[in-house]
Ligand binder design. Structure first.
Ligand code: ASP
Ligand code: MG
Length: 463
C-alpha cells in the first residue's frame, strides 16, 4: 500500500486535495480504466475520484425509462448494460466487499429495469445505476495498483432538491455532509465515488442532468475545499472550435472562468455548463485533459487573467428554439417583460439570449436532443398566449464567438464579410464582453462556424 500522507484539512481553508473526474470514455473498458489509474497514481493530491458511467451505459438507461419499449427491446438494453460491466469484470477479481456490493447493485438494476417505470423519481433511480456500477469496478482497478481505495456512495453527501432529471444541488447541505462523512477519510484513503447522482432531503435518488458528472466533481471539490478539479475526458483540452468540424482547431492552454463558462454554455461539449460555478466561486482551478494522452497537457481554467483581449473560440449549439412574443401592450407598458419571465421561470425554462424591440421580445431556448425533458411545454405557451402573440421557430443554431473584451469594431470587417454569405436570424452582443452570438439556420451552421474559424481564429487572419 503506498503511503500518501497529506496535511490535515483545516475547515474553511483550501486543502491540497484534487478531485479527479473521469468521463464515460475514460472508464469505457478495463484498458481505459487502467490508464486512469496510472494518472491517479502519479498525483498523490488526488483524494476523490468522481466517475461517469462507462460509455454507452447511460444511453441504455435513458432508453429503459421509455414506457413504450417492447419486452424484447427492454431486454436488449438490459443486456447492453450488463455486457459492458461483464467485459470489465472479466479482467478483474473483485475483493469480497466490492463483489457483494456490485452483485447486489447489478441485480437491483435488472429488477428495476425489467419494470415499466412511469415516475420521474424512479427514472432517476434507474439512471443512477451506471455510475453506481462503474465505481465498484474502478475501485478494484485502483486497489490493483496498491492504492488504499474505497468506494463511497455520493448520495450520502451530494444533497439536492427533488427536481428529478435536473436536480439543483444544495451546496450548504453538501458541504455539511462532506465535513462529517468525507473529509475525515481523505487523509488515508482515495475515495471513489459517482458523478451525476445525488439525493434529495427524503433520501430519494436524483440526477443532475446529462453530462452532470463534471458538475458533481466541482461540487465535491467545493465541499472539501480542494485546490483543483481535474476533468479527464477524451480530448486534450478545450479547443478553439470543434476539431471534427475544423481541422485547424487548436487546444486553448488557458481560459478564465468567465470565458470557460461562456464556452460551456454556448456549446463546447467538453464541460457541463454548471461546472464552472462552484469552481469560480470557491477559487478552484479546473484542468481539462485527455486520459488517453495525459502527457499532452490540456486546458487550465483559472481566475487570473493572463490573457490578451480577443476572440478565443467559436462554438455552436444546435436545436435552438426562437420564441417571439409580440404585443402592442408592450409599448410603454411596464411589467410586460416581468410577466413573461415569471411564466418562463414558473415552467423552469432557462433563457439564453434576449433581444427586444418596442413591441416584441425574442428569446432563445435550448432544446438539446438528449435532454431528459423538453424545454418548452404547451402549458407555458398557452399561458403566454393569454396576453401576447406567440411564435415559435425551430431548427436554429446559436453560434457564439467567445473571448475576453470582445469589441465589435475590431472584428467588424472580417465578421461582416463572413456573415454576409448567410442568413442571420438574430444578433446579440453587449450584455457580456465575453461573447457575441447570433442565430442561424441549422442547415448552414457548420459552414458558418468553419468560415468564422478560418477568418478570425486561424493564424493567417487572427489578430
Ligand atoms: N453518465 C451521465 C451521462 O452520460 C453523466 C456523465 O457522464 O456526466 O450523461
Ligand atoms: Mg461528459
Amino acid at each position: 500500500m503506498t503511503s500518501q500522507s497529506v496535511p490535515h484539512l483545516v475547515a474553511g481553508t483550501q486543502s491540497n486535495y484534487t478531485v479527479a473526474k473521469f468521463g464515460g470514455t475514460s472508464v469505457a473498458d478495463f484498458t481505459a480504466m487502467n490508464r486512469c489509474s496510472d494518472i491517479i497514481c502519479a498525483d498523490s493530491s488526488v483524494r476523490i475520484v468522481t466517475l461517469s458511467a462507462s460509455a454507452g451505459v447511460t444511453n441504455h438507461l435513458v432508453e429503459l425509462c421509455n414506457a413504450n419499449l417492447s419486452p424484447a427491446q427492454r431486454q436488449q438494453h438490459i443486456d447492453g448494460v450488463v455486457a459492458i460491466q461483464q467485459a470489465i469484470l472479466a479482467e478483474l477479481t473483485l475483493d469480497a466487499d466490492l463483489a457483494s456490493g456490485f452483485n447486489d447493485t447489478l441485480n437491483a438494476f435488472i429488477q428495476l429495469a425489467s419494470q415499466v417505470l412511469t415516475s420521474s423519481a424512479l427514472h432517476d433511480e434507474l439512471l443512477s445505476f451506471g455510475e453506481r456500477l462503474s465505481s465498484y469496478l474502478f475501485t478494484q482497478v485502483l486497489r490493483l495498483k496498491g492504492l488504499n481505495a474505497v468506494r463511497f456512495d455520493v448520495r450520502q453527501v451530494l444533497k439536492t432538491d427533488s427536481q428529478f432529471g435536473k436536480a439543483t444541488p444544495n451546496v450548504a447541505a453538501t458541504a455539511q455532509a462532506a465535513q462529517t462523512l468525507l473529509i475525515p477519510k481523505l487523509a488515508e484513503q482515495v475515495i471513489v465515488t459517482q458523478g451525476f447522482i445525488g439525493s434529495d432531503a427524503a433520501g430519494q435518488t436524483t440526477t443532475l442532468g446529462r453530462g452532470g458528472s463534471d458538475y458533481s466533481a466541482a461540487l465535491l471539490a467545493e465541499a472539501i475545499n480542494a485546490k483543483s478539479v481535474h476533468i479527464w475526458t477524451d480530448v486534450v483540452g478545450i479547443f478553439s472550435t470543434d476539431p471534427r468540424l475544423c481541422s485547424k482547431a487548436t487546444p486553448i492552454a488557458r481560459l478564465s472562468f468567465d470565458e470557460a463558462a461562456e464556452m460551456a454554455t454556448f456549446g463546447a461539449k467538453v464541460l457541463h455548463p454548471a461546472t464552472i460555478l462552484p469552481a469560480s466561486r470557491s477559487h478552484i482551478n479546473v484542468f481539462v485533459g485527455s486520459s488517453r494522452e495525459p502527457q499532452r497537457g490540456g486546458t487550465w481554467i483559472e481566475r487570473e487573467k493572463t490573457q490578451q483581449p480577443g476572440i478565443r473560440a467559436v462554438t455552436q449549439r444546435k436545436n435552438q428554439i426562437l420564441l417571439t412574443l409580440k404585443s402592442p401592450e408592450m409599448l410603454l407598458a411596464s411589467g410586460f417583460l416581468a410577466r413573461v419571465f415569471t411564466i418562463l421561470s414558473e415552467f423552469n425554462i432557462s433563457v439564453d439570449l434576449v433581444t427586444t424591440s418596442e413591441i416584441s421580445v425574442a428569446i432563445t431556448l435550448d432544446n438539446a436532443a438528449n435532454a431528459s425533458r423538453p424545454e418548452l411545454d404547451q402549458g407555458c405557451l398557452d399561458k403566454l398566449a393569454e396576453f401576447c402573440h406567440v411564435s415559435v421557430e425551430n431548427n436554429l443554431t446559436l453560434v457564439a464567438l467567445i473571448g475576453s473584451e470582445i469589441q465589435l469594431r475590431q472584428h467588424e470587417m472580417n465578421l461582416m464579410q463572413v456573415l454576409s454569405d448567410f442568413n442571420i436570424r438574430l444578433i446579440c452582443h453587449g450584455a457580456s464582453k465575453h461573447n457575441l452570438c447570433f442565430l442561424v439556420e441549422q442547415s448552414e451552421s457548420d459552414n458558418v462556424v468553419q468560415a468564422i474559424h478560418s477568418r478570425l481564429l486561424e493564424s493567417d487572419y487572427a489578430a
